[in-house]
Design a protein. Structure first.
Length: 93
């Protein structure tokens, strides 16, 4: 027969938390990041899955951006030779 022990705390997990590929945890409402060359479907799926885990909402859009010294800037058209198609991810809630 096995003996039951009362009030024994659960030990901490042995493996460290895996870092995420994208900065979802660090985003405030209205923040955005750009994934150059990303697939809209796969990024949206990942954002939805992570959002449900951390209880935040994200929207994705396929966009065109130009890389500048201060980061990516969304542009209206790809006439600029340095413009890159990708996926923008916005935190909405």
């Amino acid at each position: 027969m096995l003996k039951i022990k009362k009030r024994v705390p659960l030990p901490a997990p042995q493996r460290p938390q895996r870092s995420r590929k994208y900065p979802f945890d660090d985003m405030a409402v209205g923040d955005m990041f750009f994934v150059p060359g990303g697939s809209a479907k796969s990024v949206a799926s990942y954002a939805s899955r992570i959002g449900s885990r951390i209880r935040k909402k994200f929207n994705t859009r396929q966009v065109i951006a130009v890389h500048r010294s201060d980061g990516w800037k969304i542009v209206d058209d790809d006439s600029n030779p340095t413009a890159v198609r990708g996926v923008g991810v916005w935190r909405t809630l």
